[in-house]
Design a protein around this ligand. Structure first.
Ligand code: NDP
Length: 329
């Protein structure tokens, strides 16, 4: 396993990490979570990602039970939580979601209880909140860090302008600013990582913990002919994901990528993940897996990096034809 420093911080994250969205509690119970986290840890993965919103808090409860059972040295792994969406979706009451001082404070405490931990290594603002002054957000995160409940704070799906606004406030009041962002980044979703954040990487620095490197499973190629039963895109709640990914243009490109993966002797899943982690601005790509075989396959992305020669990257670019126009590199 390779480890990368998280932006300009001293924290090292494994290049591949493991997350719990959809899978924990909704798709499997404790024994599978225990197996998959054990496989991940044994492969050198040191970062486990979570959020208050995942399965309404049940995902953190499950990860907390597994961590307790595993009894790994606390110094050997990094755990995150995120706040914004609250536990109950549409049924949240006022103050039970968003980025107010009240919700961030309570969400942090509740995550610690559910995860059975003394501190969160990473705590994210899961989305920007236009209703809360940025000063309130930065002060709250700074206070949580001072209280020893959080080590690093970050953002998820914020724009570069929003991240820089937080830094401006942090500099003005001498507070700890955000050091990590969690964006989506995969072959079909490139704007933030390859264009918007470039000035942020250069100036203040920014670690990135990437979500959906497989475009929620689409980039494995398994949806090309049908929607397999029990798969994420087969679930009623994910109509929006079917609409996002099962589009003719994307399907046509993916068919060509699958052919290329075959020619290179690697699986489409490992090729897609390798493509994501090849970007040096990526600190870690968070893997999701509902089965052991998937995690075994996806860990091969580290080997698949070797086939990504400049020529192969050019061929991939020739298929995707979606490189952000303004490349400041
Ligand atoms: P991926 O894009 O890698 O999708 C993972 C899913 O794809 C699996 O659960 C599985 O679903 C399917 N899959 C994975 N590998 C294979 C394989 N080899 N063969 C066939 N199917 C496969 O990542 P996620 O979308 O799960 O995101 C990863 C993590 O990122 C999450 O767990 C979460 O921690 C974080 N995240 C953060 C977000 C944010 O807003 N900050 C948003 C989304 C995720 P199945 O078997 O059900 O088809």
């Amino acid at each position: 396993m390779e480890y990368r420093y998280m932006g300009k911080t001293g924290l090292q994250l494994s290049l591949l990490s493991f997350g719990s969205w959809v899978t924990f509690h909704k798709q499997f119970e404790d024994n599978t979570a225990d197996t998959l986290m054990g496989m991940a840890y044994d492969a050198g993965i040191n970062f486990f990602d979570n959020a208050e919103a995942y399965a309404g808090g049940e995902s953190e409860l499950m990860m907390g039970r597994v961590l307790k059972q595993k009894n790994w040295e606390r110094s050997s792994y990094v755990v995150s939580s995120k706040a914004f969406f609250g536990l109950r979706g549409k049924d949240n009451k006022p103050n039970q979601h968003g980025l107010s001082r009240k919700h961030l404070f309570e969400a942090c405490h509740d995550a610690l209880k559910r995860l059975q931990l003394d501190y969160l290594d990473l705590f994210y603002c899961h989305r920007p909140d236009p209703n809360v002054p940025i000063e309130e957000v930065v002060w709250t995160m700074h206070n949580l860090i001072q209280q020893g409940k959080v080590l690093y704070w970050g953002t998820s799906q914020w724009s570069a302008a929003e991240i820089m606004e937080a830094h401006k406030v942090a500099q003005q009041y001498r507070l700890v600013g955000p050091t990590v962002e969690q964006p989506q980044y995969n072959m079909f979703e490139r704007f933030k990582m390859e264009q918007d954040y470039l000035p942020v990487f250069r100036s203040v620095g920014l670690g990135t913990t990437i979500w959906s490197p497989l475009a929620t499973g689409f980039l494995t190629g398994k949806y090309l002919n049908e929607i397999p039963e029990g798969s994420r895109l087969s679930m009623d709640t994910f109509k929006w994901l079917r609409e996002r990914w099962l589009q003719e243009g994307k399907i046509e490109k993916l068919k060509q990528l699958v052919k290329l993966a075959d020619e290179l002797g690697v699986s489409m899943a490992s090729l897609a993940i390798a493509w994501t982690i090849k970007n040096p601005h990526v600190t870690t790509a968070i893997l999701g897996a509902s089965k052991k075989e998937q995690l075994t396959e996806n860990l091969k992305a580290l080997d698949a990096l070797k086939v990504l020669t400049p020529e192969v990257m050019e061929r991939i670019e020739g298929i995707l034809l979606n490189k952000p126009a303004l490349d400041l590199n």
